[in-house]
Ligand binder design. Structure first.
Ligand SMILES: Nc1ncnc2c1ncn2[C@@H]1O[C@H](COP(=O)(O)OP(=O)(O)OP(=O)(O)O)[C@@H](O)[C@H]1O
Length: 350
């Protein structure tokens, strides 16, 4: 396994004691940013730790920039892997200044040039050099994250691993810090693997999205492909919170579902099928318009987000469907509504 990819993982298995967590992970990160999405506990952090060298895999191989760091009996120590690691919450040393935190990542032989390397790293992450003498508690959350990234980038690694780096930041700062981090990675010519819970972040920041479930990748593809052409019903339901409905594809290639007749995005063989209907595809009608050819149901609950709201509806036929409504026409729990699907939906045979 000697490709020039920034990271290549083949058949990786790892766990804690007798409990397996990673169950045959394959991943190629050619360059740029790959984000890993997956539900809590599926093994994302364990994968980053195995790549960084903090968790010992039981089998499989890992190459970083063409050098095998794990394979057969070989396992290179973490400090020799050429990887930058930004753990959850940044984990800066509270008793060291920004400059000394950043210099901490440098190998001993390069500490003589520390001042220049620290200044370059701070510039890459767009941090004011005047902050170099401050301590972590004198910085904002977003500034602390940038210092943690500067520390990881200072030794100029080929690959940086970021474990939920923005989870402690509020929404507006997350977006701004996320974009700054991607610019810094590009400036440093470093590839990155970004673990996140935030689907919007994963889809907007990454060149490639890898969807993990129960210790394996189900799909690794460009953000648009993961959203528009999910590999299986579980990925479809997970990304964008689609509702999965059982039904049939008829001989004319149309879907018959509890939400009525559906147009399919790509053809599926006639017979039993499951349809993934995204919340933004479900139009909600209220009052007298509810009965107008729409599928009837009752609102179970409402989540109001300001710009819009998500409502969960139980159809009279028993299935549950999630729909998104504009902020100015949000029904209430218990209201009768009618649902209609707009656009074509993703279908899976079987
Ligand atoms: N040090 C440990 N010892 C034993 N089990 C562990 C240890 N660390 C993690 N686990 C278990 O391994 C599984 C995977 O954990 P991991 O932290 O990799 O998940 P994750 O996908 O990163 O989750 P989250 O999104 O919640 O951070 C979980 O079931 C977890 O309880």
């Amino acid at each position: 396994m000697t490709s020039d990819a920034a990271l290549e993982i083949r058949g990786l298995e790892a766990g804690y004691g007798a409990t397996p967590v990673l169950r045959g992970v394959d991943l190629v990160v050619p360059g740029g940013v790959t984000s890993i999405l997956g539900s809590s506990g599926c093994g994302k952090t364990t994968l980053l730790r195995a790549v960084a060298g903090f968790v010992q895999p039981t089998s499989g191989a890992i190459s970083v920039a063409g050098t095998e760091v794990v394979g057969g009996r070989r396992s290179l120590p973490a400090r020799l892997r050429g990887i930058g690691y930004v753990p959850q919450e940044g984990a800066l040393f509270p008793h060291l200044t920004v400059a000394r935190n950043v210099a901490f990542g440098l190998p001993r032989e390069r500490r003589r040039d520390a001042a220049t390397l620290v200044a370059t790293a701070l510039e890459m992450v767009e941090l004011d050099p005047a902050l170099a003498g401050r301590y972590p508690h004198e910085l904002s959350g977003g500034q602390q994250q940038r210092v943690a990234l500067a520390r990881a980038l200072a030794p100029r690694p080929a690959l940086v691993l970021l474990d939920e780096p923005f989870s402690s930041l509020d929404a507006s700062l997350r977006e701004e810090t996320g974009r700054a981090v991607v610019r810094a990675l590009r400036a440093a010519d470093a590839a990155a693997v970004l673990v996140t819970h935030d689907q919007g972040e994963a889809l907007s920041l990454a060149d490639q999205v890898a969807v993990m479930m129960a210790g394996q990748f189900r799909q690794v593809a460009a953000p648009a492909a993961v959203y528009l052409a999910p590999a299986d019903p579980d990925v479809a339901a997970f990304i964008g919170h689609a509702s999965l409905l059982a039904g049939e594809v008829d001989a004319d290639g149309q879907g018959r579902s509890p939400l009525g007749v559906l147009d399919l995005r790509t053809p599926v063989a006639a017979g039993p099928a499951r349809f993934a209907v995204r919340s933004e595809q479900v139009q909600v009608r209220t009052g007298t318009a509810a009965g107008d050819g729409a599928t009837p149901g009752e609102v179970l609950d409402v989540s109001f987000f300001g710009h819009d709201a998500t409502i969960r509806v139980r159809l009279d036929s028993g299935e549950q469907v999630t729909a998104r409504t504009p902020a100015d026409s949000v029904p209430r729990a218990g209201d009768r509504v009618g649902l209609r699907v707009t656009g074509d939906v993703i279908a899976f045979a079987g």
